[in-house]
Design a protein around this ligand. Structure first.
Ligand code: NAD
Length: 381
C-alpha cells in the first residue's frame, strides 16, 4: 500500500502526543498538512513532521488538499464541530479529540454530516482503550458479578492538575464547555459503557468553591516541591494564569446521580483539589462486586457468598489514561490503513457529551432532568 496522508488541526499537547505514537506504528502513515493558529505549535510541527509538511493558513485550506485522506483534530473543544463537519464535507475520514462538541445542536449536526459523508469517525475517548477498563468490561460481560444494580465512580484530580485547568483555556466554557464535559466526559462514557445502557434521568450539585482569590494564600502555606515549583502550578508544561485569580466560569467540584434506562444507577464525583487523586469505580451486581482504581491499576472482584475471596484481577495498566494512549494509536493506525471500524465512534462520543449536558442542566436548574427529550431531539430511540 502507498503512504496514507494525514492532516492535523491543533498541534498542542494532545495533538503532538497522539501523532508521535501514531507515526511510530507504521511508516506508511505521514502527516502532510498542519493547521494551528499558535506559531509555537506550528514550529513544533515543522521540527517534528519533516519536509513533506504543508503549513495551512486556515483549516479550510487543508480541506481543499485532495491527497489528505484523514484529518486529526486536537484543537479547543469549541472548534471540534465546525472542523469535523468541514472535513466530512470534503470527503475526509476524521479522528477528533473528546469531547464531541459543546451542545446538543452541534452533536446533532456532526452526526448528520457523518452519516451524509459515509466516512469513518473515531473519537479520542482514550480510556476505552485502556486494558484496565477493558478487563472490567469483560468481567461484567462474562457475568462475574451478575446484573449491575448500582455503582459509584469518581475523578478527583491532583491539586496541581486542578491548578492547571484553572489557569488554562479550559477554565472558560466558551472554549471548552463545562468541567464535566471537558474533563469527565471520559468518565461518563465509561459509566455508559459499563452499564450498557443510556441515561434516563439525572440530578447534580456543584460549584466553584476552592479556586477563588480568598484561597490563594494556600500556595505560600504549602512547602514547594524539591525542584522549587510551587503548589498548584507544578504540573508539567504549565504556563497558565494564577489559578486562584484567573477569570473562570467552570466548577471545581460536582456530584451527579444518573439512573439508566435498564434501571441501574450510579453516582459520580469530581473535585479539582485532591491530595489523593483517584479514578475509582465500585460496581455492585446481583452476584458480586468490582472495586477498581486506574491510578493504581487495582481491580478486585468478589462474588457474594460465605466462602468467596477477593480475587485480584489487576492489570499492569495504571496512571491517568491506564495505558490507553498507545493502544488507541495502534488501533487508529489499523483503521486508517485497513478501514477497520473504530472501537469508539461518534455515537459513544455523542451519548457521553449529551449525558454531560443534561447533568449540567440539572445542576444549573436544581431539578431532576429527564433525558427522553434530549434523545428525542436527536431522533435517538
Ligand atoms: N483524549 C484525552 O485523554 C485528552 C487529553 C487531553 C486533552 N484532550 C483534548 O485534546 C484537545 C486539545 O487539548 P490539549 O491538551 O492538547 O490542549 P493544548 O492547549 O495543549 O493544545 C491545543 C492546541 O490547539 C490549538 N488551537 C487553538 N485554537 C485552534 C483552532 N481554531 N484551530 C486549530 N487549532 C487550534 C492551540 O494553538 C494549541 O496548539 C482538546 O479537545 C482536549 O479536550 C484529550
Amino acid at each position: 500500500m502507498q503512504s496514507l496522508n494525514i492532516g492535523v488541526i491543533g498541534y498542542g499537547g494532545m495533538g503532538r502526543g497522539i501523532v508521535r505514537r501514531l507515526l511510530a506504528c507504521d511508516k506508511r502513515l505521514r502527516v502532510t498538512a498542519l493547521y494551528d493558529p499558535d506559531p509555537r505549535s506550528v514550529e513544533a510541527g515543522k521540527a517534528e513532521l519533516g519536509a513533506n509538511l504543508t503549513v495551512c493558513r486556515d483549516y479550510r485550506e487543508m480541506m481543499r488538499m485532495p491527497d489528505v485522506q484523514w484529518v486529526m483534530i486536537a484543537s479547543w473543544n469549541c472548534f471540534h464541530c465546525e472542523q469535523t463537519i468541514a472535513a466530512f464535507d470534503a470527503g475526509k475520514h476524521v479522528f477528533c479529540q473528546k469531547p464531541l462538541a459543546l451542545s446538543v445542536e452541534e452533536c446533532g449536526a456532526m452526526r448528520r454530516a457523518w452519516k451524509r459523508s459515509g466516512r469513518m469517525f473515531n473519537i479520542g475517548l482514550t480510556l476505552r482503550y485502556s486494558p484496565h477498563y477493558r478487563r472490567i468490561r469483560q468481567l461484567i460481560a462474562e457475568g462475574r458479578i451478575g446484573q449491575i444494580v448500582s455503582m459509584e465512580f469518581n475523578e478527583t484530580l491532583e491539586f496541581n492538575h486542578g491548578g492547571f485547568i484553572m489557569g488554562d483555556w479550559r477554565r472558560l466554557r466558551k472554549n471548552a464547555g463545562t468541567h464535566l464535559l471537558e474533563k469527565c466526559c471520559h468518565d461518563i462514557d465509561l459509566t455508559n459503557w459499563m452499564m450498557a445502557s443510556r441515561a434516563r434521568r439525572v440530578a447534580s450539585f456543584g460549584g466553584l468553591d476552592f479556586f477563588l482569590p480568598r484561597n490563594a494564600h494556600r500556595v505560600d502555606e504549602i512547602a514547594p516541591r524539591p525542584d522549587g515549583r510551587k503548589a498548584y502550578s507544578a504540573m508539567d508544561g504549565m504556563v497558565g494564569l494564577d489559578p486562584f485569580r484567573s477569570d473562570k466560569d467552570i466548577v471545581d467540584n460536582q456530584i451527579a446521580l444518573i439512573e439508566y434506562e435498564n434501571g441501574a444507577r450510579t453516582t459520580f464525583h469530581t473535585n479539582c483539589n485532591a491530595a489523593i487523586p483517584e479514578r475509582r469505580m465500585y460496581i455492585l451486581g446481583t452476584e458480586g462486586c468490582i472495586r477498581a482504581d486506574v491510578l493504581t491499576g487495582t481491580i478486585q472482584l468478589k462474588r457474594i457468598g460465605f466462602d468467596t475471596q477477593i480475587e485480584d484481577r489487576s492489570t499492569e495498566a495504571k496512571g491517568g489514561h491506564g495505558d490507553g494512549d498507545g493502544i488507541l494509536a495502534a488501533e487508529l493506525a489499523e483503521s486508517m490503513l485497513n478501514n477497520t471500524p473504530p472501537a469508539v465512534g461518534l455515537m459513544e462520543g455523542l451519548e457521553s457529551a449529551v449525558t454531560c449536558f443534561a447533568i449540567d442542566d440539572a445542576m444549573e436548574t436544581g431539578t431532576v432532568v429527564a433525558m427522553d427529550r434530549y434523545w428525542a431531539n436527536l431522533e435517538i430511540v
